[in-house]
Design a protein around this ligand. Sequence first.
Ligand SMILES: [Zn+2]
Length: 345
Amino acid sequence: MDTTTARAFSSRLADLLSREQAAMADFLAALADFDQRRLWEPLGYTSLWLYLHRELGLSKGTAHFRVVAAGLVARFPEVEAALRDGRLCITSVVELAKVLTVENQAEVLPRFFHRSKQEAQAVVAELRPREVVPRREVMTAIPVRPVELAIPLPPTADEAHASSTSTPTPTPRPAIEPLTADLRRLHVTVSRRFLEKLEAAKDALSHARPGAEAEAILEAGLDLILAQQAKRRAQVKRPRKVESPVEAPASVPAEVRRAVWTRDGGRCQWPMDSGEICGSTHRLELDHVHPKARGGPATEENLRILCEPHNKLAAWLAYGERWMGRYLKVRGLAQDAGSVRWPGS
Ligand SMILES: [Zn+2]
């Protein structure tokens, strides 16, 4: 594989990314200065947010993020530094702003480093748990045209007149809402059929777990799925039959399959360029390191676990492009592989 080209590309991307982060930090520092001097006023705007939206053409949500971030940058130089080197993400700054104070910044700020918006919400919930968390089981009918009602709207221009820093968050409600360190509220839309099954399961468990709530019923169901899966994994299913004339289904003895599974920890062993392994647990197959078609034995030493894409790649490398190219074309995958030339092909 052409690792040199990939490495060169990757370092160019890393360079562009760090320039983007630096530009964002520069922009926010300048914006904070602009706001402190209220320079949007002589331009005819009533707030920084309105200036960003109308004059610079940012969307309402993006303008809101910038206003909040500029406010933080003005008060906390550490925030600017963290945005500049990429430790802090602009989308989690709105969450950070809810809890950051001069007193707690040394402890609180690092907890938001490398967090997504949703992870940042979880940190906020942990730092500032809602005082009383109601355990709710609510069933609501879905309105015929739900979209306009379900999502809180971004501030209107009039609302933004009021203040440049207290505009409401314009993002839609997430499906998982952190409440405390441990509790989350999950919003799921289900069918009537689902509710009937839930009721039936509740009835079935009415002796073992009288009065169980929906969470307990669903968790019991999930436990069943996971137990079943663990049992199946322990037996290690025969590898998925690869639809090719060469890699016919291997007749690997059960004890060898179990030994390989245990040794590889049930994870794809493909070596990545970084020196780590792929580690995927999805669609796993048994792979002959020395190909079976070339006399590779079905022994513990010659077998390893690979995920399906890496097993395909291994076959590609082993059997060459001509054969696999025909095979992939049949599977409609040739586009992915079209321009790639593996060595030895
Ligand atoms: Zn893999």
